[in-house]
Design a protein around this ligand. Sequence first.
Ligand code: NAP
Ligand code: F7E
Length: 336
Amino acid sequence: MDKRALITGITGQDGSYLAELLIERGYKVYGIQRRTSTIVTERINSLLDNGSVETFYGDLSDVNSIIRVLKEVKPDIVFNLGAMSHVKVSFDIPDYTVQIVALAPVRILESLRLLDMKDTRYYQASSSEIFGSSSAPQVETTTMLPVSPYGCAKLLGYHITRVYRAGYGMFASNGILFNHESPRRGETFVTKKIVRAAVRIKLGKQKSVKLGNLDAKRDWGHARDYMRAVIMIMEHDKPEDWVVATGEYHSVREFADRVFDYLGLRADDYIEISGDYFRPNEVPELLGDSKKISDILGWHPDITFEGLIKDMIESAWKEETVAVNQAQWRAPSYLR
Ligand code: NAP
Ligand code: F7E
């Protein structure tokens, strides 16, 4: 019988790639979708339309909705990707960030335990932000010193996953993923913001772009490669914690230079620095060492830094130049 996967955060960047990859592998895929007043299903509309994904209304702040969906779907694996995932915003809404990012893992794991679903595997979308101010390169054993509300909340999620694994013998694994991007990246993350602005500047639709700290360095991979790693982590025979990274880092300035250069422009001519985009605390450099997942599971990223930039630029170009049909909102099927 087909394995059943439940994805929280299915409407997000990673959720959409993960759903596609799981479907290719023969899983039946379900998702928790929250009620919103505007369109949020663009990334999975095609999967909803062809019936390969089914969603249920729920919210990670509402344990009853989590229990209802778990009982309905009876998943073999829960992928907990849902989060308020913006580090800068987490300084503005720290309480809410903790409610969702830290407590949803507690809610899901404890629900699985109380529902006697301890054989259901649990994946926690952990983050390199938990390393915070620890110096690069970071591995699974690096000291975790988060410097943002988001990082602190993710650290609780990381530890509670280990607690349920050790305490109750549950198959609960953390993927400690470094930054990963794609054409589907949210528009307020720096890579997408730069790519979109550069394309619009080239097309004469925008004059400049305001950015914050250009000196921060990030280990940027492609989301599709990273979701492939997530499936390998969950299909492994043992629950463990895994760093997923490319092992190569670049500054924000360098990312911008490469993007503008690709379009035949000079980044310096168009970038303005604005205090609005600096954070109270910054993570200066993230550089992952994914030797463990490479040695044990044989995972390696396929898409290079240059390939990522090309993919993002070409897609943004299409978005800005081809008239696309207005995306349509998709409610869960039982409401359509
Ligand atoms: P994303 O694009 O921001 O997607 C977040 C998802 O969570 C969306 O589907 C969002 O739903 C959902 N969500 C937010 N609050 C929710 C709530 N209260 N109840 C139910 N769902 C809620 O993030 P992503 O880049 O795909 O990242 C996926 C996960 O990996 C997140 O946990 C993130 O923190 C973590 N992570 C990401 C990276 C990265 O570089 N991308 C690196 C390490 C870890 P809406 O569509 O309704 O907003
Ligand atoms: O910032 C700098 C900013 O917001 C990257 C999330 O997916 O990865 C992501 O978090 C860097 C930072 O990603 C702007 O200060 C400069 O140093 O794209 P970002 P992030 O904060 O690294 C981790 C691993 C996650 O887990 C998160 O969920 O870029 N920066 N100027 C800027 N950043 C933004 N957003 N906007 C700017 O204008």
